[in-house]
Design a protein around this ligand. Sequence first.
Ligand code: AMP
Length: 246
Amino acid sequence: MKLWIGCIFMLSAILGGAANVSKTLSQEEKPLVIILMGPPGAGKGTQAKPLSDELEIPHISTGDLFRKQIREQTPLGKTAKIYIDAGKYVPDELVFDMLFTRLSEPDCKKGYILDGFPRNITQARILDKKLDARIKVIYLHVPDSALIERITGRLSCKSCGKTYHTKNNPPKKSLTCDSCSSSLYQREDDKETVLKKRLEEYHTQTSPLLSYYKEKGVLSEVDATNSQETVLHLVLETLQVPARSV
Ligand code: AMP
């Protein structure tokens, strides 16, 4: 009798163990995290929107999260604005709480598209520690010479954040958003002097991330000088993720 009870205990321990093992997520079950990398003006935000629709995962932009804090005049927004208007990166500790609070919301469970994060090695390491996900990094490559014209002509919507370009993609009605009819403005940090500082920050702090992700084997490069549609097509092809099936 004792032997039987012992056997039953052992069996249930083994099965319990197996159940625990099966709780570990398989590669396919893990959330899909797409990191869009590239200098300011490479089209990260522009690509993130249709990608988010295609893949049905949210677009999380740290720049947008900061701009929301600035609009709401929160203490974080007021501090961040000083750095942003000077073309500098906001200190890491101010980014983490804001971002990870957003990522803990239910719509991020299946995955998300990160735009503007990570921006340096410390941020990338913290993200690696926090995540158990399928990470794919897409580097949108545009030479610096093309960026100045793209950014200094950019107009952004005050409400929905949609972007336009004075020459290449003007709104139907002057300074008015086609989608929500709010007014368009030029971001302070899109002015040429500030943009030059942002590019410096990008080249010194963010570019090294390309080798970081290359060594991990998760980096793909896309030529982002093509039209928006072509770039989206190339990105989807690179991701090898059938649309609407993540
Ligand atoms: P973006 O809209 O991505 O160009 O971001 C606008 C500005 O917000 C940047 O120039 C930085 O000052 C700040 N910012 C956004 N994301 C980060 C980040 N991950 N780390 C530090 N600063 C950031």
